[in-house]
Ligand binder design. Structure first.
Ligand SMILES: Cc1cc2nc3c(=O)[nH]c(=O)nc-3n(C[C@H](O)[C@H](O)[C@H](O)COP(=O)(O)OP(=O)(O)OC[C@H]3O[C@@H](n4cnc5c(N)ncnc54)[C@H](O)[C@@H]3O)c2cc1C
Length: 451
């Protein structure tokens, strides 16, 4: 069922206004080069696959010669080379050529990584965080690293998270007050916002034994919740692939309902709209927010979902029906339905903070228009983007006085490789909004309702 005409008009108006506020490509010449490289990869599926495999092995490479060997061997499997790649292949025949190629390749990967990763440590990310705050943009810091294998790794990740909370507290304490980022109709909003992954807090998160993983992660997550509460920080739990969704959701909601966390911290979970059964989880979250006596509203970050390829492959391997929508427009339409569901709960007085996380101008414009149509104030809606993919949108939203939070990954290249590959996959997917926009699809087509 389509939205009423007046809401559609509003979506168009908000979307056109945001589009007018997007910075022009000329202001970011280096970004245009990256986009060109991404474009090359989008046009050629084999090249795309080869580059992803290369990015995966970069951290394990012993030196530039090794890097060049891997790069040329992956690229060697690609049928026809576009001219820049053919030139690279030609120089790889000599040791000196391989060294030059390896150095260039390593620099390229590092450059790409810096687009998405703000620093190796929270201290090194301080300049970016402070700069964004000065421009009216809040952040959520994500410590890179996922899927730990041993308890020692999980302990180390938990310790890094605890240290990050302390460091972020020091970074944010001297920042000037910004009421638009620190207050909404439900009360104060924490300055420090840390995103964590449960798969990094325990090596035991297995679908066949969810209780074991939950119990093991609970001890580490409980400590982080205590620390966040004592410092007045927000702790957000990211969502990963479907096989851990139930354990992660149960774990977070059970801990937040414990009496010791009634007064804090502010905390949140993630809802993935590409999952066919996501409306059930959305209703559960709304019920939890309404029924659980907590001093802080539950923050629900609505996303489409970053593990689409994984979920499809996994289901097909087992002969299961796909748990995700397989037509992109269905994910987009469900995203809008869930946006409305969360905003309606908020408008009805449920202590819940919807955070709409998307780089899709249509999805974002729909959220803003829907929120206004429900009589909510703009400050009651949070919009979120990823560093590196949503920089232009982030600036446009801040220019228009909307509250925007940028998700800023922190960590080294090795820890960041899985993250980087997911972002590259997104950036080079033919179906992604960003790709459609970059390929010149007219604005009103981009803003049309998902069909
Ligand atoms: C601040 C922030 C935090 C995030 N945190 C998480 C998180 O915790 N967990 C998580 O999983 N993701 C997370 N994401 C990533 C998010 O799920 C999306 O992958 C990403 O934002 C792209 O969606 P989009 O709306 O920006 O772009 P769009 O281009 O509009 O949508 C792309 C998305 O559509 C879906 N899709 C693609 N092809 C198809 C298809 N054929 N059929 C059906 N659906 C399809 C996929 O979900 C894909 O990511 C986060 C994103 C942001 C901005």
């Amino acid at each position: 069922m389509g939205a009423p005409a007046s809401l559609e008009d509003q979506v168009l108006e908000v979307g056109r206004d945001l589009a007018a506020a997007l910075p022009s490509a000329a202001r970011r010449p280096l970004r245009a080069l990256d986009d060109r490289a991404m474009d090359l990869a989008t046009q050629d599926a084999e090249l795309r696959a080869a580059l992803f495999r290369f990015v995966d092995v970069v951290p394990a490479c012993r030196g530039v010669d090794d890097l060049a060997r891997h790069l040329t061997s992956f690229l060697g499997e690609v049928g026809d080379h576009p001219p820049p790649i053919a030139a690279a292949m030609r120089v790889s025949g000599t040791k000196a050529g391989r060294a030059a190629l390896g150095t260039a390749a390593a620099a390229g990967v590092r450059h790409m990584a810096h687009r998405f990763i703000v620093g190796e440590t929270p201290e090194r990310a301080a300049k970016v965080i402070t700069g964004l705050w000065d421009r009216g943009i809040a952040t959520s810091v994500d410590l890179l690293g996922e899927a730990t294998v041993t308890r020692a790794e999980a302990d180390a990740y938990a310790a890094r998270c605890a240290a990050a909370l302390d460091a972020l507290h020091r970074v944010h304490a001297p920042l000037p007050a910004r009421s638009a980022l620190e207050q909404d109709g439900l009360g104060p909003i924490a300055r420090v916002n840390l995103s964590v992954k449960v798969s990094a807090l325990t090596p035991l998160l297995k679908p066949e034994a969810p209780e074991l993983g939950k119990r093991d992660a609970a001890t580490r997550l409980r400590d982080l919740l205590r620390r966040a509460r004592d410092q007045g920080a927000h702790l957000h739990v990211d969502m990963e692939s479907l096989d851990s969704r139930e354990a992660v959701t149960d774990l977070v909601l059970e801990l937040l309902a414990e009496p010791e966390f009634a007064e804090g911290p502010s905390a949140g979970v993630v809802l993935q709209a590409y999952l066919r059964d996501s409306p059930d989880l959305a209703r559960r979250l709304v019920r939890f927010a309404g029924e659980t006596q907590r001093a802080h509203p539950l923050l629900v970050r609505l996303v489409k979902g970053a593990y689409w390829d994984h979920e499809v492959v996994e289901a097909r391997q087992h002969g299961w029906s796909e748990p995700v929508f397989t037509v992109k427009a269905q994910s987009d339409a469900n995203f809008e339905a869930l946006t409305r569901l969360l905003l309606e709960a908020r408008a009805a007085g449920t202590p819940l903070r919807p955070a709409i996380a998307s780089h899709n101008l249509r999805s974002v414009a729909h959220a803003v228009a829907c929120s206004r149509a429900l009589g909510l104030d703009d400050q009651d809606l949070e919009l979120q983007v990823l560093r590196g993919l949503g920089d232009d949108l982030q600036d446009a939203l801040a220019t228009r006085g909307l509250r925007v939070r940028t998700y800023c990954p922190v960590g080294d290249l090795v820890a960041g490789m899985a993250y980087l590959v997911r972002r590259l996959l997104e950036g080079t997917s033919n179906e992604s909004f960003l790709h459609e926009r970059a390929s010149g699809v007219p604005l009103d087509e981009l803003l049309a309702p998902p069909a």
